[in-house]
Design a protein around this ligand. Structure first.
Ligand SMILES: [Zn+2]
Length: 337
């Protein structure tokens, strides 16, 4: 096994910068005990192979279905310590914040284009779980969606409300806060959230319940099959203690299917990043050689180019799926919640 230290993060929606603190399905941080999983949460098998150790947290792969997960799972208190105020890269009003915001909104537009191509072109009610500072919700609102965001962090909630400027709703809490609105939403978006939740199957069941029959789900998560995962291996930037599960196209498809979703389509996880965005990230999370190279690149690149977000296939996967047109069949075949 290899051992890694806290790596950098290219995820554009929960990036270094994000305010998203998605312990969305975890209980209050009271326990200091790590939580061993006796069976694979996806397939129920009990044989795992070690993959890597991330800051003292072993990651294993299920020998039956290939799902990767932290084993044992981090304790509540360990996660609470990670999701502290320093989970934010740049303070509001700084040049870095402007760069990050621009990149996030460009990525949001890409996701909205995918939703539009799937038939959700700016009409109806859109729910984002883990909405962070509200950049995706703002872009969705501008396209005509009636937007609702759910966010665990009170600080991020306040930022999201400021971002939206009175449009839509932002609710503080976990997905349970929309449990009283079954079948209410036309679209649900989960950007870099599913890998953080304690019980993905249960969580997706709650998402399915919030959607109307035939409702559309968009999921963005790191992929163990991405080029960056294959090349960087134990130095992959998505290896973090707070990432409890690591999906591949196959395991994500299986997870969504178990929760009752249909018509699952996968896309490469393109995000929009600028040179300034990437450089700011590596200033915070230095990696030998890369920070120096980026400083050199910035020195010879005009500002207008440094700030321009460009599409990059980095580390993720995007899944689009629908709830069945009749909720009678969405009870879910999952036996391992
Ligand atoms: Zn398994």
């Amino acid at each position: 096994m290899n051992s890694v230290t806290r790596g950098p993060n290219f995820c554009a929606t929960t990036p270094p910068a994000d305010l998203l603190l998605p312990t969305l399905s975890s209980p209050p941080a009271t326990s200091a005990q790590r939580i061993p999983l006796t069976a694979c949460p996806l397939c129920g098998a009990g044989a795992f192979r070690p993959v890597v150790v991330v800051e003292s947290h072993p990651v294993v792969r299920c020998q039956s279905c290939d799902l990767q997960f932290t084993q044992p799972q981090p304790s509540d208190s360990e996660l609470a310590a990670i999701y502290g105020p320093d989970y934010v890269l740049a303070a509001d009003g700084t040049p870095e914040h402007a760069v990050i915001t621009r990149a996030k909104r460009a990525t949001a537009d890409h996701y909205l284009d995918l939703l539009a191509a799937a038939g959700a072109a700016g009409r109806g009610r859109l729910l984002e779980i883990g909405c962070g500072a509200g950049n995706f919700l703002l872009q969705a609102s501008r396209r005509g969606f009636d937007v609702t965001g759910v966010e665990y962090s009170p600080f991020a909630c306040e930022r999201a409300r400021q971002t939206l400027g009175g449009t839509g709703r932002v609710m503080q809490g976990e997905i349970d806060v929309v449990a009283g609105e079954p079948g209410y939403y036309d679209v649900c978006v989960l950007c870099d959230v599913i890998e953080h939740v304690r019980r993905p199957a249960h969580f997706l069941g709650q998402v399915a319940a919030a959607l109307r029959p035939g409702g559309l789900l968009l999921v963005v998560t790191p992929s163990t099959s991405s080029w960056s995962a294959r090349i960087m291996r134990s130095r992959w930037m998505e290896l973090k203690p707070e990432h409890l599960f690591y999906f591949s196209p196959a395991t994500l498809t299986r997870q969504l299917s178990q929760a009752g979703f249909e018509g699952i389509k996968l896309h490469r996880g393109t995000k929009h990043l600028s040179l300034d965005y990437v450089a700011a990230h590596f200033e915070k999370y230095p990696v030998a050689g890369i920070r120096t190279a980026l400083r050199g690149a910035r020195a010879v690149t005009p500002a207008s180019w440094r700030e321009r977000p460009v599409p990059i296939v980095a580390s993720g996967i995007i899944a689009l799926a629908r709830t069945p047109t009749s909720h009678a069949s969405t009870a879910g075949s999952d036996k391992h919640r």
